[in-house]
Design a protein around this ligand. Structure first.
Ligand code: NAD
Ligand code: ZN
Length: 342
């Protein structure tokens, strides 16, 4: 079968031939139909410091996908050949305290598909059946292939009550853009998003942002947007989705007293902040990792079935033989989600 492999410890990704995996007795073998390129795949492509520390080579990468079950392990219940599925890319241990307590997203022994174990940029992938998620017929293969990042957006955005609240999202990457649509769907009043990239801010506007602010421009101030919207006291909820220290500091300043912040973006370790913003304003901060298994998956499925439309975030589609074009456009920053068809 065809795979996209991080074959060598240097910049790039390569198409290779590999054997079709043999599913274990608790696994499903899935024929991959659509995959999406994640920011993580770009880190691995670029072979940055994190990838060098984390990813052994050679490694078939990729973790965002949808497909069809072609083989069911002998011990597996609840699935059959022909079922359409996506899968949770975090494989958890099952024996740590959090796994035992049903909080698998907090497993300390998590392994990532396409990061620490063979990924989905392949014609077939075997995954533990407990990680599979059945896709209702009303959800397309394409949308199903982005449920991993949509799940990041859902987990982050639904961490706090959004009904009637004013929400600030920093970072209009694919996840921030989808968070705009979720906040709208969940009943937020104003949803203001920031970025330094106009292409992405335009997408965010199409997803329902009240204001999309380019903070790299002279007129790009969250505080001006707040004044225009008559929000004198500040935002109720902040969703940090850029990993950028300036964005995080602005967020702390723009939040109202008693506000809630969910942090998805990965800040550099040396990020310094004005602690008085947190302490004297009584802010609450929550770190977000992955998706809740599987509460987040059920919530996003229900939202998709009740009118949440994230389709504008998918901006490019390529056959897998053109994978290089997909990685190039994703690396350019002039894209939302990029789909590879298998
Ligand atoms: P992305 O890199 O595509 O998006 C980040 C965006 O932030 C970019 O559009 C960038 O232009 C923007 N940005 C840069 N500087 C900014 C600034 N000063 N103000 C506002 N925006 C600025 O990433 P993504 O795939 O959308 O993911 C969002 C973030 O979440 C990333 O930091 C990613 O590493 C992180 N992430 C975390 C988890 C988790 O489980 N915690 C999972 C997936 C992604
Ligand atoms: Zn565990």
């Amino acid at each position: 079968m065809k795979v996209l492999s991080k074959a060598k410890p240097e910049t790039g990704i390569w198409m290779e031939e590999a054997d079709i995996p043999k599913p274990g007795h608790n696994d499903l073998l899935i024929q991959v139909k659509k995959t999406a390129i994640c920011g993580t795949d770009i880190h691995i492509y670029n072979w940055d410091e994190w990838s060098q520390k984390t990813v052994p080579t050679p490694m078939v990468i990729g973790h965002e996908f949808s497909g069809v079950i072609v083989e069911v392990g002998s011990e597996v219940e609840g699935y059959k050949v022909g079922d359409r599925v996506s899968a949770e890319g975090h494989i958890t241990c099952g024996y740590c305290r959090n796994c035992k307590a049903g909080k698998r997203h907090l497993c300390r022994n998590t392994e990532g598909i396409g990061v620490n174990r063979t990924g989905c940029f392949a014609e077939y992938i075997a995954v533990p059946a407990v990680n599979a998620f059945s896709i209702p017929s009303s959800i397309s293969d394409e949308t199903a292939s982005i449920m991993d990042p949509l799940g990041n957006a859902t987990h982050t955005a639904l961490s706090f009550d959004l009904v009637g609240e004013d929400v600030l999202i920093t970072g209009a990457g694919p996840i921030g853009i989808m968070a705009v649509a979720i906040a709208r769907h969940a009943g937020a009043r104003h949803v203001v998003i920031t970025d330094v990239n106009d292409y992405r801010l335009d997408l965010a506007k199409r997803m329902g942002a009240t204001r999309a602010v380019n903070v790299s421009k002279e007129n790009g101030s969250i505080f001006d947007a707040m004044a225009e919207l008559d929000m004198s006291e500040g935002f109720d909820v902040g969703l940090e989705m850029s990993g950028n220290p300036h964005a995080f500091r602005d967020m702390l300043e723009a939040l109202n007293f008693g506000g809630n912040i969910a942090l998805l973006g990965i800040q550099p370790p040396e990020t310094s902040i004005d602690w008085s913003q947190i302490i004297f304003k009584g802010l609450k901060l929550k770190g977000i990792y992955g998706r809740e298994m599987f509460e987040t998956w059920y919530k996003m499925t229900s939202m998709l079935q009740s009118g949440l439309d994230v389709s504008p975030v998918i901006t490019h589609r390529f056959g897998v033989d053109d994978f290089q074009k997909g990685f190039d456009v994703m690396r350019s920053g002039e894209s939302g989600k990029v789909i590879l068809e298998w």
